[in-house]
Every structure is written in C-alpha cells, then in structure tokens.
Design a protein around this ligand. Structure first.
Ligand code: ZN
Length: 152
C-alpha cells in the first residue's frame, strides 16, 4: 500500500493542480492526498488506519498541525473575526476540534462552528469536488443553507 500511496503523491506533484503548492509541499507537511477519484485505493481508510497506528502523543501533534493549518486558512477568509476567535480560543486545547466559518446562501449570515477534525477530514476524502458541510441557518432558519468550506 505504501507504494500506491507515494505514487499518488508523485502523480499529484507532477500535475498542474499541485503547481501552486509544490513550493510549500514539505514545509507545510501536506500529507493529505486528495480525493478518491481515478484510484482503486480507499485513501480515507488508509489514512485513518495509519493515524490509528500512531502513538497517542504523535497523533496529538499530527492533529494539532492539521488543525492549525486549517484554522490559518479559515482566518484568512473570515468575515466575523471576533466570533471566530472566541470559538477558536475555546477549542485551543483540543487538537481534534477545528474552527471554521460558514455563510448562509439565503441571508448572508456568518456562522462559526467547531468540527471534529477527523470527521472534517473524512468529508474531504469522501466527497468530491468542492464539498461543503451544510447546516441550518440560525438567523433565517432555512435548512441546509449555511455552507462551511473544506479548507484542506
Ligand atoms: Zn440564513
């Protein structure tokens, strides 16, 4: 499986898709392969099994690294920074919670939510392309109108 895994990275590194992030590939430790398309490999299962084999301390540090990376991207796109910081601060000691801003397609209201990082990553693996997590808007109450971006 390791060969298949590294072949996928090699393929991505050589594709145009990765051109913009190739420079920071190692620096950012971008170890999440993208999507299950064009492959017989179930990357989510492989990724999840690999994470499960890490010792708890290493797993903690790994999740923390991914969490910070996602939250930096969320911060760059954030519109209600005060709310974002409050939620992020509450979740600061939990490496398996990631804070993301969502926006209502119906009324434009911004919502900040903390997602379980493992479930957030799983959504990325299993849904393609440009999957968003949806919720009911707390402002206009419309079902499924708030969209949270996948920032990994
Ligand atoms: Zn709304």
């Amino acid at each position: 499986m390791f060969g298949d895994f590294t072949d996928r990275y090699k393929e991505l590194l050589e594709s145009d898709v990765m051109v913009t992030i190739r420079q920071g590939f190692f620096q950012r430790l971008l170890i999440l392969p993208r999507y299950n398309i064009d492959s017989d490999i179930d990357f989510w299962t492989l990724f999840n099994d690999s994470i499960g084999e890490l010792n708890p301390d290493t797993r903690f540090h790994f999740f923390h690294h991914i969490k910070l990376d996602i939250e930096r991207r969320a911060e760059d796109e954030c519109h209600v920074f005060g709310q974002f910081e409050k939620v992020r601060y509450k979740c600061r000691d939990n490496p398996n919670l990631v804070t993301v801003e969502g926006r209502c397609k119906n009324c434009g209201f911004y919502t900040i939510a903390a997602f379980r990082l493992d479930k957030y990553i799983q959504s990325k693996f299993e849904e393609f392309p440009n999957r968003v997590i949806i919720m009911t808007c707390s402002n206009c109450k419309k079902d499924g109108s708030v969209e949270f971006p996948m920032l990994i």
